[in-house]
Design a protein around this ligand. Structure first.
Ligand SMILES: [Zn+2]
Ligand SMILES: [Zn+2]
Ligand SMILES: [Zn+2]
Length: 187
């Protein structure tokens, strides 16, 4: 996918003055099946990247977030091209300091191009993952947030109804996000 994106992306450029761009990959540490590839104007702020990450993957109730390199927090006003300056540059990202979703952003490349008026655009993302129901193996539709860390925290509609936490009315939908089943995230 990354190779495809690198060759085809310029075809989708908008008309306009070419500007320095950075291509970033974001994904949760330790869960490689979730990923986003973003293209960002080098002068766009990390705040713009934060906004898109929230929109695509994270936003449930306006939690705080932070970009960090090691233990140093980067100001969200910093230019993305400075935060991701060198080949292989990595920046950690956290959304919600309680029930945290932790991501790692990595610089894949730089190019000159025009992406239109928005400072950030999504180039590609993982296909929705199929989670088998813990009881019957059919594609799951619901997550039990109490049981998500166990082996069978996802269920088809019928088995969600039969599950021990059905009466708690806490189920969340299966969604294409590493924040699935966390806090009130519904996609
Ligand atoms: Zn929340
Ligand atoms: Zn089932
Ligand atoms: Zn449960």
């Amino acid at each position: 996918m990354i190779a495809h994106v690198e060759t085809c992306v310029a075809v989708h450029d908008e008309i306009g003055q070419p500007q320095p761009l950075v291509v970033l990959r974001f994904g949760p540490a330790g869960a490689p099946r979730y990923w986003l590839i973003l293209e960002v104007r080098a002068d766009a702020q990390l705040a713009d990247v934060d906004k898109l990450l929230r929109q695509l993957w994270l936003e449930c109730c306006g939690h705080m977030s932070a970009f960090r390199v090691g233990r140093r927090e980067l100001p969200k006003t910093i230019a993305t091209g400075i935060a991701f300056a060198h080949p292989g540059s990595k920046v950690d990202y956290e959304y919600d300091f309680g029930s945290t979703t932790a991501l790692v952003g990595e610089l894949l490349g730089k190019r000159q191009g025009s992406i239109g008026r928005a400072p950030v655009r999504l180039l590609a993302r993982n296909e929705p993952l199929v989670w088998p129901c813990g009881e019957c193996g059919a594609p799951a539709t619901l997550v039990c947030p109490f049981c998500i860390d166990s082996d069978d925290g996802v269920f088809c509609d019928a088995h969600a109804e039969a599950h021990e936490h059905a009466d708690e009315e806490v189920y969340l939908p299966v969604v294409n996000s590493p924040r699935m089943g966390v806090c009130g995230y519904t996609g």
